[in-house]
Design a protein around this ligand. Structure first.
Ligand code: 2NL
Length: 344
């Protein structure tokens, strides 16, 4: 039995030596050390041995098994290291290769325009305020001198959620809310940028959702000349020092008197061309002196307080400044359009 064990050990070690893959090694392990292998068989047959022989053979069988197992483990480690080395050699990474370029985004043109407008008015002492896009009938219409039967609040032109709730049609309710919050106790000097909604058929110059920036200055002794001064400053800073402004009479339900402001055409310098439709002027925004009823509803005594307000559409302003020919470019978000306006 001793010899048989010794032969088995030699055989097994030779097979281990021969094996060139981890799989072949596993094969050797199973055939020599497995449950049906010869060593197990020897151990099973121990019952037939004499009491003196039993511990000697048992001890030897265990030693043989251990010797084979140790060889197997060592060979396995060697093979694995070799396999890893080969893999590392073939899968070399060239760290000097330039990386794939990362797509860099930037603010949307409308965002940049709104921020530029905000900065100019902040520079003149206005604060920036925002408010809800789902508005009550009261703040969107009633508080702005647009009673229930007023044609400007036609159901056709608004997105109603309930009888009393709608998507705001302008950002003025934010101003009405602010005045209401101050309860006629102090001056208001604010602008409110944001999205507004009107039922409209989209085309090159119309969109059912667009952006507005409105401004409001209410204080003791605010005059029309203050409106003109602030808007002139804005126009020159935004469009260029050489641009002139003019105010034309107009009508809005929430201002009296009301005006529309034009800037001189930069293409022809006022001579008349296709951009300004031969007038030399381009319409930019509307405004006026806050209607006394609007002041009164918000808790401001119109005998003590007066104010001016104005509103503009950043889409229109961006279209004029950059020659964008279709308002839908702002919303379809074609990267080829958007990229042109990413500042370096
Ligand atoms: C335009 C004209 C305008 C206002 C907005 C306003 C707000 C309050 C009181 C009075 Cl709380 N007026 N806003 C006034 C006149 C014109 O917008 O063409 N926007 C695009």
């Amino acid at each position: 039995m001793k010899e048989r064990l010794q032969v088995l050990q030699e055989e097994a070690l030779a097979k281990v030596e021969e094996a060139s893959t981890v799989e072949a090694l596993q094969q050797v392990r199973v055939s020599y050390l497995g449950k049906k292998g010869p060593i197990t068989e020897v151990l099973r047959g121990m019952g037939k041995l004499s009491a003196e022989e039993r511990p000697v053979i048992g001890d030897l069988a265990n030693k043989v098994r251990e010797a084979i197992a140790t060889q197997l483990d060592e060979k396995k480690a060697t093979l694995e290291t070799k396999a890893l080395d080969e893999k590392l050699l073939t899968e070399k990474i060239d760290v000097t290769l330039p990386g794939r370029p990362v797509q860099v985004g930037g603010p949307h043109l409308l965002t940049s325009i709104v921020e530029e407008i905000e900065d100019l008015f902040i520079g003149m002492g206005f604060e920036v305020r925002e408010g809800p896009e789902v508005e009550t009938d009261y703040y969107n219409f009633e508080a702005l001198n647009l009673p229930k039967d007023h044609p400007a609040r036609d159901m056709q032109d608004s997105f109603y959620i309930t009888e009393e709730l709608l998507l705001r049609t302008h950002t003025s309710p934010v101003q009405a809310r602010t005045m209401g919050e101050y309860k006629g106790s102090k001056a208001v000097k604010m602008i409110c940028p944001g999205k507004v909604y009107r039922r409209d058929t989209d085309d090159a110059t119309h969109s059912h959702q667009f952006t507005q920036v409105e401004g409001l200055y209410v204080d003791k002794d605010v005059k029309m000349s203050d409106l003109k001064g602030v808007l002139n400053q804005f126009a020159k800073q935004f469009f260029g020092e050489e641009r002139e402004i003019r105010l034309r009479p107009s009508f809005f339900p929430f201002t009296e008197p009301s005006v529309e402001m034009d800037i001189s055409c930069k293409v022809c310098g006022g001579e008349g061309c296709s951009v300004c439709k031969n007038t030399g002027w381009i319409e930019i925004l509307g405004g006026g002196m806050v209607h006394p009823d609007v002041l009164e509803m918000a808790g401001y005594d119109p005998k003590v307080y007066s104010g001016f307000a104005f509103g503009m559409g950043p889409e229109r302003i961006a279209m004029l400044k950059y020659g964008v020919d279709d308002i839908r470019h702002f919303y379809t978000n074609d990267a080829r359009f958007l990229k042109q306006y990413h500042k370096a």
